[in-house]
Design a protein around this ligand. Structure first.
Ligand SMILES: Cc1cc2nc3c(=O)[nH]c(=O)nc-3n(C[C@H](O)[C@H](O)[C@H](O)COP(=O)(O)OP(=O)(O)OC[C@H]3O[C@@H](n4cnc5c(N)ncnc54)[C@H](O)[C@@H]3O)c2cc1C
Length: 460
């Protein structure tokens, strides 16, 4: 980066907030994309940490004058390389915008700056004792801005939907430096095109989100966890729609198989509490009191057993529930070291069993192992492509394309929650028509006429 540019950044944000020292920049170069699949970061970058939207606006105006790429940076927990610099860039970190400005209990809304972490948001909302923020994508270190532009999902989407369902207002600095205020504390808004929803899922390519207003919900007081074993995958999967039709939508409805969940338990030094079954559904049930929880659980167990479930395990004590959920959450970490890439293909929910069968056939064909688990009721699963001898296998791209094609042929999509970023960019032509991609390129050009915001990500 040229000294002149760095001086101008210093004049905007102050010397303490412009980082050029390579050692200090290191932590801003990568996200959580598994290393073998991650794009190689370049070091020709400068990190700037603005204090507010005025400074962000000034940085964007400077970037337009100088023709420099700017990459908005949240917490770097993304899984598709969307925040990794692969061209010379100003990395614009949102970390100093970390204020929760307003918790409005009457309107059930919270307004916070984009750099607030999910963990801090949960803590703040918890203080009310009766409200909660439903979405729970797996890493609580993620920032609200990152969660919004990745339209993150997670296990609770089955009952409450993804981030998109919660964002009611946002403040945005456009790529050209102008600022816009979209939506607000309102639940209905039909005034023109919905620009706010366009920003959601835009992966930092259409604007920099500085503040977000999110919808809250009344908290359920009680939870219980049902661990339900089945003889096989298809019995488990065919029970899922039956549970949903019954009307007691669980907070989460996760799917795991025996070999994998036992591997995760071993990884944590624990043991998986179910003695029988090859495939498992994990249901989190919520209710206002114990009675409601028991009623709902009874109904669900009835439905599940009519549909092939073996003896379910009912966990109500906090410790027992946490232990089951901890083992499920750590499937990812148990596999992480040997993973080339984690995919998040999504198909119509009733097709998940068939999708996993087909992935298993591919694994045999490639003489490898492709562990699969995920959010059963959303049709969203995570196949892991595994390393060979500690490295990405030579067939990695080909196998990834084949898995994507299977999902697409089943009426699905190549990514349900992690986004396109850079790692899935080359797969876009298989997933979207030329007409769709042309519209997306056109939208990008309108927002960012001088091509300065997060180039080479999400759109092609
Ligand atoms: C262990 C683990 C579990 C996970 N589980 C889930 C899960 O269950 N569901 C799920 O959906 N995801 C999951 N993720 C992925 C990740 O947490 C999400 O993609 C999250 O939304 C990224 O937020 P971030 O703040 O870390 O963004 P970053 O990784 O920093 O950036 C992601 C993208 O957002 C852009 N960006 C960041 N902040 C802003 C802003 N304020 N304005 C404009 N653009 C911005 C960046 O430029 C980049 O394009 C998981 C990740 C990990 C490591």
């Amino acid at each position: 980066m040229e000294d002149k540019l760095i001086e101008k950044l210093v004049s905007i944000a102050g010397e303490d907030w412009v980082i050029v020292d390579l050692e200090k920049i290191e932590g801003y170069l990568y996200d959580e994309t598994p290393k073998p699949a991650s794009p190689e970061a370049i070091e020709d970058v400068v990190v700037v940490k603005p204090e507010d939207s005025e400074e962000i606006s000034a940085v964007m105006k400077l970037a337009n004058e100088e023709g420099v790429n700017v990459i908005p940076r949240g917490a770097g927990t993304g899984l598709c390389g969307a925040a990794i610099p692969t061209k010379p860039a100003i990395i614009l970190s949102l970390e100093r915008l970390n204020d929760i400005k307003d918790l409005d209990e009457d309107n059930l809304m919270v307004t916070c700056e984009a750099g607030v972490t999910l963990e801090n948001l949960f803590e703040k909302v918890d203080e009310t004792d009766h409200l909660f923020f439903p979405p729970h994508p797996g890493d609580e270190g993620a920032q609200v801005g990152g969660l919004v532009v990745e339209n993150a999902g997670g296990a609770r989407a089955v009952k409450y939907g993804v981030m998109r369902n919660y964002v009611k207002g946002m403040e945005v600095v456009l790529p050209t430096g102008e600022q816009v205020s979209l939506g607000g504390k309102i639940l209905k808004n039909n005034t023109g095109y919905d620009l706010m929803h366009l920003l959601m899922g835009s992966e930092g390519t259409l604007g920099i989100i500085t503040e977000v207003t999110l919808r809250l919900y009344p908290e359920a007081n009680e939870t219980a966890t049902l661990l339900v074993p089945f003889e096989d995958r298809h019995s488990a999967m065919s029970a899922v729609p039956r549970v949903l039709i019954e009307g007691h939508i669980p907070l989460a409805l996760e799917y795991v198989e025996k070999e994998l969940i036992e591997e995760s338990a071993r990884h944590l030094g624990k043991s998986w509490p179910a003695d029988e079954g090859e495939a498992f559904l994990i249901l989190i049930i919520t209710g206002k009191d114990e009675e409601e929880i028991f009623d709902k659980s009874e109904t669900m167990v009835g439905v599940l057993q009519e549909n092939g479930a073996l003896e379910p395990l009912f966990a109500q004590r906090r410790k027992e529930q946490e232990s089951i959920l901890d083992i499920r959450s750590n499937v990812y970490t148990a596999l992480e070291e040997e993973t080339t890439d984690i995919l998040d293909v999504t198909v119509p929910p009733a097709e998940v069993g068939t999708l996993i069968d087909k992935i298993e056939e591919l694994a045999e064909e490639y003489d490898t192992r492709i562990p699969v688990y995920g959010h059963a009721a959303d049709g969203n699963v995570h196949p892991h492509i595994m390393n060979v001898d500690g490295e990405a296998p030579g067939y990695f791209e080909e196998l990834k394309e084949e898995i994507y094609q299977i999902a697409l042929d089943m009426g699905g999509v190549i990514t349900g929650e992690h986004g396109v970023g850079e790692t899935r960019l080359k797969n876009l032509p298989a997933a979207l028509s030329e007409e769709e991609r042309k519209l997306m390129r056109g939208i990008k050009k309108i927002f960012d006429p001088n091509d300065v915001l997060n180039l080479g990500k999400a759109v092609m």
